[in-house]
Design a protein around this ligand. Structure first.
Ligand code: ZN
Length: 270
């Protein structure tokens, strides 16, 4: 599932792909169930506009179309590919924007949990917590918010209204780096441990972005960026999907926390 590092990789690649300011000359919608308004309305409102900027907030990818926004959430298996106009559409390619320079942005999603929203403004994202890469993600408010909650830390870090961007993989990795048990109750976390966790989150995400995200397999449904190139961070994971702890060599434990499989080392994480 694409998390902050994967969506950031896609956004950065798109910004370099020379599609900004290009007129959108055609909109192809093969699966209208993924969009929030009617197919006709969606096409009419996007056609002939231009993408003036591309941003990311949490796991949302935002295309600024000047007087409206196309907001995409990739959910489980959504992908954005950049193709040439002679591209032959394949199974699970549900949507495409065709640009005047013959480039084409294609939305591919085998499990179809992704969503595409056309909105007048970004108010629907107001409820999100601080984005981890934004200036508003600061330690003092992170610590204050931890103290107000009585939830286990894994559940809280996955809650996009608490902080925005993390998913199962990077929460496991950050908790391992911070030596913190996934079921630790947030209110009981000391200031020092909270600081370790805060810094671990930043460290894990910045490293994952440098490695262009995590692809846990080689099938087309696994994460890849716009040229269908896989990430490399799966080669640097410390605990998620691992069998033994890289520090103490204990067997990595797998438990369900809030229905998500959590990998952790019982000896190193307290
Ligand atoms: Zn260990």
């Amino acid at each position: 599932m694409p998390e902050i590092a994967e969506v950031e990789t896609i956004k950065n690649d798109l910004l370099e792909a020379k599609i900004l300011s290009q007129k959108i000359v055609d909109v192809k919608i093969f699966n209208p169930s993924l969009i929030n308004i009617s197919k006709k309305d969606f096409s009419q409102r996007i056609k002939n506009s231009r993408i003036i900027n591309i941003k990311r907030v949490g796991k949302y990818l935002i295309f600024d179309l000047k007087d409206k926004y196309l907001i995409i959430h990739l959910r489980m298996t959504g992908h954005i590919f950049l193709k040439n106009q002679n591209h032959i559409f394949q199974k699970h390619e549900h949507f495409a924007l065709v640009f005047a320079n013959k480039k084409m942005l294609v939305y591919f999603d085998p499990r179809r949990f992704g969503k595409l929203y056309l909105k007048e403004d970004l108010s629907s994202l107001d409820k999100l917590g601080s984005d981890i890469l934004s200036k508003s993600f600061i330690f003092e408010s992170f610590y204050e918010k931890l103290k107000l909650k009585k939830k286990n830390i894994k559940t809280l870090l996955l809650d996009q209204n608490f902080i925005a961007g993390l998913g199962n993989i990077y929460v496991d990795e950050a908790l391992f780096l911070a030596k913190m048990h996934p079921e630790k109750i947030s209110q009981n976390i000391t200031k020092k441990n909270a600081k370790d966790l805060f810094l671990s989150i930043k460290k894990v995400i910045s490293k994952a972005i440098k490695n262009r995200g995590t692809s846990l397999g080689k099938s087309r449904s696994n994460f890849s960026s716009i040229n269908e190139d896989f990430g490399r961070h799966q080669n640097h994971l410390l605990v998620h999907t691992k069998k033994t702890c890289p520090i103490c060599l204990s067997i990595i434990k797998k438990i369900k926390v809030n229905q998500r499989t959590s990998h952790f080392c019982e000896k190193c994480q307290k």
